[in-house]
Design a protein around this ligand. Structure first.
Ligand code: ZN
Length: 358
C-alpha cells in the first residue's frame, strides 16, 4: 500500500479513485444508461443476453451480425424485434454478389436497401474485406475498391451507419514467438497470424480505410476496435480529425488503450468525447460465450464478471495497474482513466443514440 501511495504521488495523480478498495460493482458506478454497440448474440440466447445485460447495467445491445438479409439474419431480426428495444440488429452485405462482378455495386446496394426494408439498423463489414474476400479479377478485394461505392452511398442515403472492421491487431503481422505481445492468443489460434500470409500490411489496410471514409462523407462509419489501430492513438486521432463522418468503438481493445499513461488515454477520450462509442465484443452463442476473444477453456461466471468489472474500472475509476478485461489478449496491466460523468454519458449513450437514431 505504501508503495502504491508513493507511485500515485510521483505521477501527480489528483483524481480520487472511485474504487480505492478494489471493488467495482458488476453494473459499474455509472448510474445512467448504456448501449453496447458491439455484441454477437445468437437469437437462441436472446433472453439470456437480456438477463446478463440487466446484471451488468447495459440497457441496449447492438448485434453486429454480418449475415446478409436472408433466413439466418431474419432469425436474428426476429429476436431483436421481440426484445422490447433491448436488442437491435445490423445486417451484412450480400457478398454472393461477387459472382457477378459487372453488377457488383448495384447488387450490393440492392442488398443494403433490402436490409433496411427488413429492419436492419446498420450494416456490418467484417475484416474479411481486405483480408479474405476475393477480388473477381484475382487477389483480394480492396477495402477501398471503387466498385463497392454504390453500397456505401446507399447506406448513407438510407441513414444506416456502417460498422466496419478493418485489419487486426498489429501483432498478428509479426513473427509468432515469445516476443510477440499476443503470443498466448496466437498460440491458441495459429491461423490468425498473417506473418507468412500474402495479405496487405496493417498500414496498407489502415490507409485504405481512410480513403474509403473520405470518399463517402455522407455515410457514417463506426470504425470498430478503435479503427483497427488501438496500438497507436496518434493515428486514430489523425483519422478522426480528418474524417468527421467517422466514430470509433472500443470493443475488445481496452487492453491496448488502457496501457498508455492514463493521462494520455484520458486526454484522447476528452478530445473525442463525441466520437467514441462503448462496445465490448461480448458474444453469446448457443453453447458458449466470447469475452472479447475466444478462450481455450470454457468461460466461467468469474471470467464474465471480471470482463465487465474491469471495463468499468478502466472507464470509471482512476485505479492503477490492474488486470484488463481479456487476459488472453496480452500480459500487461492497465490503468483507469476516471472519466467525468458527462463524458461517460456520451460514450455510453449519447453518441450511440445519435448514430443509431435511438
Ligand atoms: Zn466483433
Amino acid at each position: 500500500m505504501a508503495g502504491a501511495t508513493v507511485a500515485l504521488a510521483a505521477f501527480h495523480w489528483v483524481a480520487a479513485p472511485r474504487a480505492p478498495g478494489g471493488d467495482v460493482p458488476e453494473a459499474g458506478f455509472f448510474k445512467g444508461p448504456r448501449v453496447d454497440v458491439h455484441t454477437h448474440i445468437s437469437p437462441v440466447r436472446a433472453e439470456d443476453a437480456v438477463q446478463l445485460m440487466d446484471r451488468f447495467g447495459i440497457d441496449v445491445a447492438v448485434i453486429l451480425s454480418a449475415a446478409p438479409p436472408g433466413p439466418e439474419w431474419l432469425r436474428i431480426q426476429r429476436a431483436a424485434a421481440q426484445s422490447d428495444g433491448r436488442l437491435i440488429a445490423f445486417a451484412g452485405m450480400a457478398w454472393a454478389a461477387l459472382r457477378y462482378p459487372d453488377r457488383l455495386g448495384e447488387l450490393l446496394a440492392a442488398g443494403v436497401h433490402e436490409a433496411h426494408r427488413l429492419g436492419a439498423r446498420g450494416i456490418k463489414i467484417p475484416k474479411a474485406l481486405g483480408l479474405a474476400l476475393p477480388d473477381p479479377d484475382g487477389g483480394l478485394l480492396a477495402v477501398d475498391d471503387p466498385r463497392l461505392a454504390p453500397a456505401f452511398d446507399a447506406a448513407g442515403a438510407l441513414g444506416l451507419p456502417v460498422a466496419i472492421h478493418v485489419g487486426d491487431p498489429v501483432a498478428f503481422w509479426q513473427p509468432v514467438d515469445e516476443h510477440n505481445e499476443r503470443f498466448a492468443e496466437l498460440s491458441l489460434h495459429p491461423g490468425w497470424s498473417y506473418a507468412d500470409k500474402d495479405v496487405p500490411s496493417h498500414r496498407a489496410l489502415f490507409d485504405a480505410q481512410r480513403r474509403l471514409f473520405a470518399r463517402h462523407p455522407n455515410t457514417t462509419f463506426i470504425a470498430v476496435h478503435v479503427a483497427g489501430f488501438p496500438e497507436n492513438l496518434d493515428e486514430v486521432d489523425a483519422l478522426l480529425n480528418a474524417c468527421d463522418n467517422v466514430v470509433v468503438d472500443i470493443a475488445a481493445r481496452v487492453p491496448e488503450i488502457g496501457r498508455v499513461p492514463p493521462a494520455v488515454g484520458r486526454a484522447f477520450f476528452l478530445r473525442h468525447q463525441d466520437r467514441i462509442l462503448f462496445g465490448t465484443d461480448f458474444g453469446l452463442y448457443p453453447t458458449s460465450m466470447m469475452l472479447g476473444s475466444p478462450l481455450a477453456w470454457p468461460e466461467t461466471d468469474r471470467d464474465l464478471s471480471h470482463f465487465f468489472r474491469a471495463t468499468w474500472r478502466y472507464l470509471e475509476t482512476g485505479t492503477r495497474d490492474f488486470a484488463h478485461p481479456t487476459p488472453i489478449q496480452g500480459d500487461w496491466p492497465i490503468s483507469g482513466i476516471d472519466l467525468p460523468d458527462e463524458v461517460l454519458h456520451k460514450v455510453y449513450w449519447d453518441n450511440a443514440a445519435r448514430v443509431l437514431g435511438l
